[in-house]
Design a protein around this ligand. Structure first.
Ligand SMILES: [Zn+2]
Length: 415
């Protein structure tokens, strides 16, 4: 079995506790041992030793709101949103590799623009056929036909009512989806005011969640209005995105289910909207107006959820031209700047809590014996400055499933 020792590293183990100097032994796809300072490593005689010269070793990052099919990335500006299927497949595969290049070894999808595309990509990434994150695959985001939801295609819309919802979820299970995405309230950036519109009846959401449980699928939901958050919680939605207009009752309900649910505000797209300086023919004025209260509200809500122990994760709707895939690590800095997280807390949310949202909390997201070896060697100390993670040149090594995606560079010596 392949054995690798990361020697001379500062270990941030993902839990949020202080980093410590040590060494880590990887055997096959798992972490075999974590040693503090000069504690001996057992059974490591034939291991390859990599001197990391004091760099930080941390768990791979996990994106909680990924859209691999949203086409724009740091490598490819794409003004269109919905690409033809052939181009979409290539863009999504490229985006998977770009996320991995940026240290995101796992991603939880918040919806795709094609029906089976993420299932195919998930399996391809898993087999090693193409580089990309461990993926919880989703399909087309479902909003009711004719509703002012997010327009992401109608192929899977199968009418209204609880039975239609059950049929949709059963279909998702049949095609191999991991997580279903429901659009429970509208989106102001697309239609001002619609964030307060509830697009589904409770009986429909209840049926969808019940059917999902039967098939072992997760349910994620776009929830902006307070009532959308509450309906999601009453019905058993697992992952709540945005929650920008949660009221006191919604906060209490989120707290009451904190060990079951995850929240991701997806603040990246909001900050990027406010920062964007589009060319004159693109009018983002309305979007910018709609983004302002989201920042203000979540600056109040997210620290409160954090204080109450609700699991809040970075992940920011990346994939627009002004918010491209590949800039995902910016979300961690937003948690620090806007929500009062320490860098270590933001890192822990993107690693330890990320393992939990992936359904692998017992084996992913921490540097612990027996955990999966999804690891980053980072220049400098991200527990002091998480901004460093945005620049992939600071990622000296990227390991996923015990294999190097980015291998250590040989050190050049003068002749
Ligand atoms: Zn999204």
């Amino acid at each position: 079995m392949q054995r690798t020792i990361f020697d001379h590293v500062k270990i941030f183990d993902g839990s949020g506790s202080p980093s410590f100097a040590g060494r880590v032994l990887v055997e096959g796809e798992r972490i075999a041992q974590v040693a503090k300072r000069d504690e001996p490593l057992i059974g490591a005689a034939d291991a390859t030793v990599i001197d990391c010269a004091g760099a930080t070793l941390m768990p791979g990052l996990i994106e909680a709101h990924a859209h691999l099919t949203w086409p724009s990335s740091t490598e490819r500006f794409e003004p269109r949103f919905m690409l033809p299927p052939e181009e979409m497949m290539l863009a999504a595969a490229r985006n998977g590799r770009i996320l991995l290049d940026q240290g995101f070894t796992s991603a939880f999808s918040a919806g795709a623009l094609g029906e089976r595309i993420e299932v195919v990509l998930r399996d391809e990434f898993k087999s090693g056929g193409l580089p990309g994150p461990r993926l919880k695959a989703s399909t087309i985001e479902r909003s009711p036909e004719g509703a002012d939801g997010i327009e992401t295609g109608k192929k899977l819309s199968r009418g209204r009512g609880p039975e239609a919802m059950r049929g949709f979820v059963r279909h998702c299970a049949e095609i191999g989806i991991d997580t279903v995405k429901l659009v429970l309230s509208g989106e102001d950036a697309l239609l001002p005011g619609s964030s307060q519109h509830i697009l589904y009846d409770e009986a429909e959401v209840d049926a969808a969640c019940d059917e999902a449980r039967l098939h072992g699928l997760k349910v994620a939901a776009h929830t902006q209005a307070a009532e959308a958050v509450k309906m999601a919680l009453r019905c058993g939605v697992d992952v709540l995105y945005h929650c920008s207009y949660a009221d006191e009752e919604a906060l209490d309900m989120l707290e009451a289910q904190k060990d079951r649910i995850f929240v991701a505000p997806a603040i990246g797209v909001i900050v990027a909207t406010l920062e964007a300086s589009p060319p004159p023919h693109i009018d983002m004025r309305s979007m910018k107006e709609m983004a302002k209260p989201v920042v203000e509200n979540t600056q109040r809500l997210i620290p409160e959820l954090h204080r109450r122990g609700v699991r809040v994760l970075p992940g920011g709707d990346y994939g627009f031209p002004f918010n491209p895939n590949g800039t995902n690590a910016r979300d961690l800095q937003h948690f620090v700047d806007l929500y009062g997280y320490t860098p270590a807390e933001a890192l822990s949310a993107a690693t330890m809590l990320g393992g939990q949202i992936m359904g692998l909390g017992q084996e992913l997201g921490l540097i612990r014996q027996g955990y999966l070896a999804d690891l980053l060697v980072v220049e400098g100390d991200p527990t002091v400055d998480v901004r460093s993670l945005v620049d992939k040149r600071n990622l000296r090594m990227i390991m996923q499933r015990g294999l190097f995606h980015k291998a250590p560079q040989p050190i050049a010596h003068a002749a």
